[in-house]
Design a protein around this ligand. Structure first.
Ligand code: SF4
Ligand code: SF4
Length: 56
């Protein structure tokens, strides 16, 4: 499972970063995920208030 980020929907609140158990998410100009670090646990997907994340 690969984490998909909808950059247009993401408002850069940072909530997903604070819940990721693997520190796989990074917020600079946009939110990015280190695919080799992300385990696909789905915690960030569940917590995002604007449904900008999905697993596919
Ligand atoms: S929780 Fe959602 S809106 Fe907030 S930074 Fe993460 S992906 Fe973007
Ligand atoms: S799916 Fe899990 S490991 Fe991957 S970025 Fe989201 S919270 Fe982190």
């Amino acid at each position: 499972m690969k984490l998909q980020i909808d950059e247009k929907t993401c408002d850069r609140c940072g909530t997903c970063i604070s819940v990721c158990p693997c520190d796989a998410l990074l917020l600079r100009d946009t939110l990015t995920v280190s695919s080799n670090v992300c385990t696909g646990c789905g915690t960030c997907v569940d917590i995002c208030p604007v449904q900008a994340l999905s697993l596919g």
